[in-house]
Design a protein around this ligand. Structure first.
Ligand SMILES: Cc1cc2nc3c(=O)[nH]c(=O)nc-3n(C[C@H](O)[C@H](O)[C@H](O)COP(=O)(O)O)c2cc1C
Length: 201
């Protein structure tokens, strides 16, 4: 039995292209793995807090020394890391906001990137600890960033690949609904992205 973690980071609910694209990826995964369990996490609703002093203090306190207040501070982080380790497939909905990811997704990343849990430093340098995962990114953008003059302004895919890879998730496939706000491209942009999905694993 496979577990699919689907992260949503668009506030646009039923109008969102990244949510529709992500769900299409999930559907294809379910077709391949009919007994799979889907855990859809809406990061907009979850509203992970920005990292503050109590979070940081708790992150770097040994488990046996954590107070009740410390444990409360890392509740979001512990739960998100648990969901991540339990998943075989991770589908990340990533709308492009001001050339980067939505802050709700950034907050999730800040809570899951934890030294000693999802990565560690060894004598050989940094080592990702979240291994054997297949990640799909469902990106949506008003413009076109996969090629052309705006390609260098795509801080979504290179960033996600870097930070996920740092935590050990190196097998990342990207699907894009792009040009969704461009008159000549918006018609059929989502359908073209969905038609390009070919899940593996
Ligand atoms: C606050 C905001 C910032 C945006 N910034 C960009 C941008 O920098 N470049 C771009 O091409 N589109 C930008 N867009 C358009 C979104 O990428 C586009 O609407 C996309 O479909 C959003 O994903 P969603 O449909 O999953 O909500 C922005 C949209 C919003 C609401």
């Amino acid at each position: 039995m496979k577990t699919i973690l689907h992260l949503i980071s668009s506030p646009r609910q039923e109008s969102s292209f990244s949510i529709k694209l992500g769900r299409a990826i999930v559907t294809q995964l379910q077709e391949k793995h009919p007994d799979s369990v889907v855990n859809e996490v809406n990061l907009i609703h979850e509203n992970f807090p920005h990292l503050d002093a109590p979070h940081l203090q708790s992150f770097f306190t040994p488990k046996e020394d954590l107070t009740a207040a410390d444990r409360e501070a890392i509740r979001y982080s512990d739960q998100a890391i648990d969901q991540l380790f339990k998943a075989d497939f991770i589908v990340i909905g990533a709308p492009l906001y001001n050339f980067s990811i939505h802050s709700a997704l950034k907050a999730w990343i800040d809570h899951v990137a934890r030294a000693g849990l999802t990565f560690r430093y060894s004598e050989h340098g940094p080592e990702g600890l979240v291994k054997n995962k297949k990640v799909y990114i469902a990106m949506s953008a008003g413009g076109v960033y996969s090629k052309g003059p705006y390609q260098p302004y795509d801080f979504v895919v290179p960033y996600l690949q870097a930070v996920l890879g740092f935590m050990g998730m190196t097998d990342v496939t990207v699907y894009r609904a792009e040009g969704v706000n461009m008159p000549q491209l918006k018609e059929g942009a989502l359908e073209r992205a969905i038609a390009s999905i070919a899940v593996e694993g």
